[in-house]
Design a protein around this ligand. Structure first.
Ligand SMILES: *Cc1c(COP(=O)(O)O)cnc(C)c1O
Length: 425
């Protein structure tokens, strides 16, 4: 679900005509719907209401501090993967006791910052990291908690670049090794190793891999408890599907339907780290058609956004639904999916201006006819859109706009040439 919809052939973000935003802020521009973020958060909270759950929104999906601020106000915790993300969360007023920190390569500086902030859990990815955390906590005279990230060896059957829970991965430790780690370190007085973390990767379209991972992890927790260890919490990570195409992934309630019964009466607190399932369809990337061109029998729609703004199509082979922001009533899309067939469309490639053939948003896609100056919406761009953007080709990063009902505000200015060169002077 989301609050982007067509009214009389014009695309609205909540109560705001996106054309108005383009006129005031320019393009390309990321447009976010506050109500969509909050609704997703609320639905997840409701789905898991029966158990003690902390939702830690994954900052790397979309980490503008203005977004983090209203998420914190709505009760969200945060999943971070760097000192920079910790800084963002603290700037936004996030509650440190609801921060979990994952990442295979935490530096001493980053660990010290996490200790200073008194975050809830360090999610530990290796014994070497745990030893280092213990050393630094002792040095700083701090006490903290850690969750061991385990690999349940399940395959969510998505792109290999976003699969993280198989046995041969750089993330976490395998289930057998986990028992050794607990045996070696669980008694430490500075770092209480008292939780298990599992994150199998992102974008699966069924709940089965999650249930399988949870079952394997629960049997590990049973073993650990029988060996005398105290396990307070299980962190199930993120990766819950987002509707890049209408109604193609399980809802929060569907996931909870499989997960909650397995956790009943286990005496475990639950931590969730959803990123894309909250942010993805809470944002669009609005871009303008610069030129139309034909080459070798193909039609190209050249737009002013590029792979520096949204890299998901070339990086992950990701699908993003694309449609003009203004169309005749009969061309309003009733669904967003790759097979949408409407009379009057033509097949085109939507490409950006960057000097790379990987700079595309869609290939062989049916679109209503467009002309120079028309606006196109690239949907479901809220997660891993702006946060993965760059200055490649010396292009300033796009502006970010937050819509709240019938109002909108620029929450990050478009980068200027001066902004891009400031650190080089
Ligand atoms: C990226 C990440 C997430 C969020 O993944 P989504 O697919 O955006 O839900 C959660 N936890 C960890 C450890 C991650 O690395």
């Amino acid at each position: 679900m989301d609050y982007f919809s067509y009214k009389k052939g014009k695309l609205f973000a909540e109560g705001v005509d996106v054309e108005r935003i383009a006129a005031e802020v320019g393009t390309p521009v990321y447009i976010y719907s506050k109500a969509t973020f909050k609704e997703h958060l609320k639905r997840i909270g409701k789905a898991y209401g029966e158990i003690d759950t902390t939702i830690c929104y994954s900052v790397k999906a979309c980490g503008n501090i203005n977004i983090l601020r209203f998420m914190a106000e709505a009760g969200s915790g945060f999943d971070i993967v760097s000192g920079g993300e910790l800084y963002r969360v603290l700037q936004a007023g996030g509650d440190p006791s609801k921060i979990v920190y994952a990442g295979v390569g935490k530096t001493n500086k980053e660990i010290a910052e996490g200790l200073d902030a008194d975050i809830a859990y360090f999610n530990i990815e290796s014994e070497a990291e745990l030893e280092n955390l213990i050393r630094l906590a002792e040095q700083q005279g701090k006490q903290t908690r850690a969750a061991l990230r385990v690999n349940p060896d399940v395959d969510p059957k998505t792109h290999t670049y976003i699969t993280t829970g198989m046995r041969e991965t750089k993330f976490g430790v395998d289930i057998e090794r986990a028992q050794k780690v607990f045996a070696g370190y669980a008694g430490n007085s500075s770092v209480s190793l008292s939780a298990v973390h599992v994150h199998i990767g992102s974008g699966g379209k069924t709940i089965e891999p999650y249930c399988e991972a949870l079952e394997k992890t629960l049997s590990l927790i049973d073993k650990l408890r029988s060996q005398g260890h105290t396990i307070e919490a299980i962190d199930l990570g993120g990766g819950y599907g987002a509707d890049y195409e209408s109604d193609t992934v399980p809802s929060a309630a569907d996931y909870a339907g499989g997960i909650v019964p397995l956790l009943r009466d286990k005496g475990l607190k639950l931590i969730l780290e959803p990123g894309r399932s909250i942010a993805a369809n809470a944002g669009i990337l609005l871009t303008k058609v610069l030129y139309l061109k034909t080459g070798g029998g193909k039609k190209f729609v050249l737009v002013d956004a590029g792979m520096n703004d949204l890299i998901r199509p070339p990086l992950y082979d990701a699908f993003h639904f694309i449609w003009p922001a203004q169309v005749e009533e009969k061309l309003v899309p009733h669904r967003r999916d790759r097979d949408l067939q409407l009379a009057g469309t033509e097949v085109v490639d939507v490409v950006g201006p960057i000097c790379e053939s990987a700079d595309f948003f869609a290939k062989d896609r049916a679109l209503p006819p467009v002309k120079r100056g028309d606006l196109l919406s690239i949907f479901t761009a809220g997660a891993y859109g702006f946060s993965m953007s760059s200055n490649y080709n010396a292009r300033g990063r796009a502006a970010e706009v937050l819509v709240d009902d019938s109002k909108f505000a620029v929450i990050r200015k478009r980068e200027s040439y001066e902004d891009m060169t400031a650190l080089e002077r």
